[in-house]
Write a protein that binds this ligand. Sequence first.
Ligand code: SAH
Length: 230
Amino acid sequence: MVLSLGGSPLDPPPVPPVEDSAFPAARARMVRDQLVSRGIRDARVLAVLGQVPRQEFVPKALWGEAYEDGPLPIGHGQTISQPYVVAFMTEALVLRPRDRVLEIGTGSGYQAAVLAGLVAEVFSIELVEPLGRRAEATLQRLGYANVQVRTGDGYGGWPEAAPFDAILVTCAPDEVPEALVQQLKVGGRMIVPVGSQGAAQELILLRKTPERLERQAVLPVRFVPMVKGN
Ligand code: SAH
């Protein structure tokens, strides 16, 4: 017997919507009101932030807040960064499609997804294993095939995949980790929040030239600490 729950039994089964229609609209508002209005200009960065489904990277209970103007808790005492900060850091790296990028602090995987939409390859390191695993699963489920996630201590970087065109650090060390500087290509850029907890932190933009490492403070921020692993 064919059970018909409304409609004819010959109707094709309903296909679940890929995404609730409220999300794309909320995302477009986020791009306009939080990013463009604050000076984010890079069209590729704006396009990617307008595409990546941020709700997929936060707990379901917070889906209604997925496009609000702030960080959100993702468990294990960690947070997904504010969309503006994600856009600002991404834009500062001036990424090109063939770049290979290292991220420290995978967290939810959202920043990695944003990078994956802009460059050839993303390598992301997360200290907290369950977070790293969940981010990896989320990225896989959403089809981001050009991201590799590794559980480990970001202070050592990812030597086997180095050197990188760009490095983005989303937890705050007291000082710029030396291994990361070494793993940055000449001509490459790194953005990293530097400063201890409680004290002021600044996003530092580093540019590696053949002669030296240029260093510029670009934005006051507040990130979770970059924890020293074992
Ligand atoms: N980029 C993330 C937000 C990260 S929050 C996102 O898009 O959601 C900062 C993350 O850095 C946390 O998940 C924290 O566990 C991680 N972290 C802290 N110290 C670390 C270290 N030494 N190495 C790697 N990850 C670290």
